[in-house]
Write a protein that binds this ligand. Structure first.
Ligand code: DC
Length: 228
């Protein structure tokens, strides 16, 4: 293992399997895993709990003074603390997804979350996933991957997950919400979701989970073979 930590940036749209694939790849390679969406979700959760108007940029930005976020790794698993409270489970609720997307369009929110993301990858080899990791957060990452799949396939995977959790959802609603969130994330002015010029495109439409993990691990091994 080289002395300099290796940084891997994985970006992509909703439901591309970034978190589950990146987490498993990180375990296999002995890297830490950082899910940056959890930070935006935590800000979204705070705003939802406090009745903040999610269309009001100034009102969202003003909340930042009241929010302290911390990432802790417990047994290799990332936990996010919002003002000292572990919100790692609650931020996963589907109703928080849209709030996260709304707050993520506010430049002050993005600026406030930069340091915590960079600090996480500073001292250990890390796989970090999000929307702007390869373009903004870690522009010098050793490996950049843009992970995607066809919208219908991503929606079907998300739908199956929600049904398995006992949620009463309709496929068309899941697909519509996914398309709306992708549209918002790719069309915002600040740090929109886009493939970095030097990112490898990984399309998992035809792959199962294990094949997707191996594809990602293969890209990382290949790009770091001189240093790993
Ligand atoms: O990856 P996720 O679904 O947990 O992310 C929730 C929202 O947060 C997503 O719709 C956009 C935003 N986000 C972002 O703007 N930049 C990131 N690096 C990660 C997430």
């Amino acid at each position: 293992m080289s002395s300099k930590p290796i940084a891997v940036a994985i970006d992509g749209p909703v439901g591309a399997g970034k978190s589950s694939i990146a987490r498993t790849a990180a375990q296999r390679l002995g890297f830490i895993y950082c899910d940056t969406g959890a930070l935006y979700r935590s800000v979204g959760l705070y705003c939802s709990r406090n009745g903040v108007d999610l269309k009001n940029t100034d009102e969202i930005a003003a909340q930042l003074n009241n929010i302290k976020l911390e990432i802790r790794l417990e047994g290799g698993v990332q936990h996010v603390f919002l003002n000292g409270e572990d919100v790692s489970e609650e931020i996963r609720l589907p109703e928080i997804s849209m709030a996260a997307s709304a707050v993520s369009a506010v430049p002050a929110v993005r600026a406030a979350l930069l340091d915590i993301q960079r600090d996480t990858a500073a001292n250990s080899s890390a796989i970090m996933d999000g929307r702007d990791i390869g373009t903004v957060v870690l522009p010098d990452a050793d490996v950049k991957i843009f992970l995607t799949a066809k919208p219908e396939i991503r929606a079907k995977r998300r739908f199956d997950e929600l049904i398995a959790k006992g949620k009463d959802v309709k496929f068309d609603d899941v697909l519509r919400e996914l398309n709306e969130r992708d549209y918002a994330d790719t069309h915002r002015e600040t740090a929109p979701l886009k493939q970095a010029e030097d990112a490898v495109l990984a399309d998992t439409s035809e792959l199962d989970f294990e094949q997707s993990v191996e594809l990602v691990c293969g890209i990382i091994r290949d790009k770091t073979k001189d240093v790993l």
